[in-house]
Design a protein around this ligand. Structure first.
Ligand code: FAD
Ligand code: SF4
Length: 512
């Protein structure tokens, strides 16, 4: 007769003591399973730093659980018995331990959840209460709505959590959203704080060696691994942001600068997504910083909007619309992802900067992802599954529930406008306004045609011309199409031709 009451499987992005499936766990009768499996490390070629982060954080969490008295079964990647998949490990340990119940908190990836549901081994599924809005809450909010707008969801979340509200329930500062005050370029003389640094311990060193050996063929460098791998380290990263980043986050949220990977961004996404930080605490700390007068409203509101607005909203969309969502391709794009996305080998300085730092740190901030690498993929008509795979592989914080809606919906507009009311398309002028990249570029941002002209310019107009039927009736695109209509035929023709030439080069496998 088994003595194990529950077996709790904890996944690599579930490293939280407050995880729902651990809440009633009793060290006397319940046991915990964590497993490093090759399937999760290779279903896309994840950046090696991401594999290090997840495996090292899992090992640290297993130790912390053991210190709390739990019997933890930890399967390393190199374990000879390792079946290579989480479903395989669950099956194996179920057979070995014969627990009366198997508990699991819902996954962050539709593919994985399906595979774990398939065998019917999990007897108790738990809603992931680390999020503020459950899958069911979001579905209830979405029900009957023709369009789901993040802004309205966000207001609901503010009301529900009583976040940044006056006593009468109105938003502090008289508006829900201070987005317009989040768009300043970085002025000369303003410098970003030095990032918090994290030295490795024996556990991380061992994982670094393992990953270096096993995943040498994955794109991305291991050299500069610099992320916290346990709860204490994540708190250090967070405190550093509160002290040095948050006050300027509001103003310079959208700014980009040469050789400045992080600017005033928090870098917390990976720690938060794997469970080392708690979104409720983050919001409370930011709100407290505002009420105590330490930061302005555009900083506090801007940051909270990302956390309880965008982050919760994209998760809701993902679980509402999967698995069909992943198949969407409104523009019918099919161009293969250019090789330079994996190497950074391009003369476009903005792309080379954004891709270069992504390979180096597994990190780029939101505007680099949206308006540089994302914008280029949209304008060039890259195949949605290929660009989604790139984002999922290259970023240290990338998990399917958050990467897919951001890439497929926000960047590629492949869902036909479900997530964003208009495509985030822009010419080189936007990049020039928000960064200093163009000054160091081989191309001229002031030119649209000709060999040295910024590729973003002609590709922008080419995109608008080739998708005129789909986009010209969108009222948010009206001014843009009016501007296009004002251009004389020759200019339009020249832009079209330059766009065609650039796309032909991509099709021939050449870099730009
Ligand atoms: P900060 O700029 O300091 O923002 C604070 C936090 O807000 C982030 O840590 C994150 O938790 C949250 N946040 C901000 N914007 C978003 C958003 N659009 N969606 C969800 N959360 C948001 N974020 C991920 O966590 N994982 C991803 O795989 C991911 N893929 C993306 C792909 C594309 C194409 C785009 C445009 C954005 C993606 N984002 C993703 C959102 C955002 O770019 C990152 O969360 C952010 O850059 C992480 O850096 P940070 O922690 O310094 O964020
Ligand atoms: Fe990017 Fe164009 Fe500016 Fe070069 S000129 S950095 S390609 S926007």
């Amino acid at each position: 007769m088994t003595t194990v009451r529950r077996l709790c499987l904890v996944l690599g992005d579930q490293l939280s003591f407050e995880l729902a499936s651990l809440q009633d766990a009793d060290p006397e009768v319940d046991e915990i399973l964590l497993a490093e499996v090759v399937e999760e490390a290779t279903h896309v070629a994840h950046h090696p730093q991401k594999i290090v982060l997840v495996f090292s954080a899992m090992r640290h969490f297993a130790q912390a659980l053991a210190q709390r008295g739990f019997r933890v079964h930890y399967v390393t990647l190199e374990d000879e018995q390792n079946t290579g998949s989480l479903a395989g490990e669950l099956q194996r340990w179920q057979t070995l331990l014969q627990p009366r119940e198997v508990h699991l908190t819902e996954c962050g990836d539709w593919r994985l959840e399906l595979s774990l549901k398939h065998g019917g081994l999990v007897t108790h599924w738990h809603s992931d209460t680390r999020f503020l809005s459950s899958r069911a809450d979001f579905a209830a909010w979405a029900k009957g709505k023709k369009q789901l707008r993040m802004e309205f969801f966000y207001r609901e979340m503010r009301r529900k959590g009583h976040v940044l509200l006056n006593g009468d329930g109105t938003p502090v500062g008289g508006a829900w959203n201070f987005d317009a005050e989040n768009r300043k370029p970085l002025p000369k003389g303003v410098t970003a704080p030095s990032p918090a640094r994290f030295s490795t311990d024996a556990i991380t060193d061992e994982v670094l060696a393992l990953v270096g050996k096993r995943f040498a063929d994955h794109y991305g460098s291991l050299k500069d691994f610099d992320y916290p791998v346990d709860h204490a380290g994540a708190q250090t990263l967070w405190a550093h942001f509160l002290d040095h980043g948050l006050a300027s986050f509001g103003d310079y949220q959208d700014a980009m600068a040469t050789d400045e990977a992080f600017l005033f961004h928090s870098r917390i996404s990976a720690a938060l997504n794997i469970g080392l930080l708690n979104v409720r605490q983050l919001c409370a700390d930011v709100e407290a910083a505002y009420w105590s007068g330490r930061v302005a409203l555009n900083a506090a509101e801007g940051f909270i909007r990302q956390l309880i607005g965008w982050r919760e909203y994209v998760r809701g969309v993902y679980w509402l619309l999967m698995p069909d969502y992943a198949e969407r391709n409104a523009f019918n794009n099919g161009r293969p992802l250019p090789e330079f996305y994996w190497t950074g080998d391009t003369r476009m300085n903005c792309m080379s900067q954004a891709i270069g730092q992504s390979l180096q740190h597994g990190y780029a901030h939101h505007i680099q992802r949206l308006m540089v690498t994302g914008n280029f993929a949209l304008l060039a008509g890259i195949s949605p599954p290929q660009i989604c795979e790139w984002y999922l592989a290259i970023y240290i914080d990338a998990f399917d529930w958050v990467e897919l809606p951001n890439t497929l919906g926000m960047v590629m507009h492949a869902d036909g406008g479900f997530l964003g009311s208009k495509p985030y398309c822009a010419s080189g002028q936007y990049i020039n306004r928000m960064s200093d990249y163009c000054r160091g570029c081989a191309y001229k941002v002031s030119e649209s045609t000709g060999e040295n002209a910024c590729p973003f310019n002609a590709l922008y107009w080419h995109f608008l011309m080739r998708h005129r039927d789909l986009l010209q009736h969108n009222h948010r695109m009206a001014i843009i199409y009016k501007n296009l209509g004002r251009m004389n035929e020759d200019k339009q023709q020249a832009l079209w031709q330059r766009g065609e030439d650039l796309l032909a080069r991509l099709d021939a496998g050449q870099s730009l």
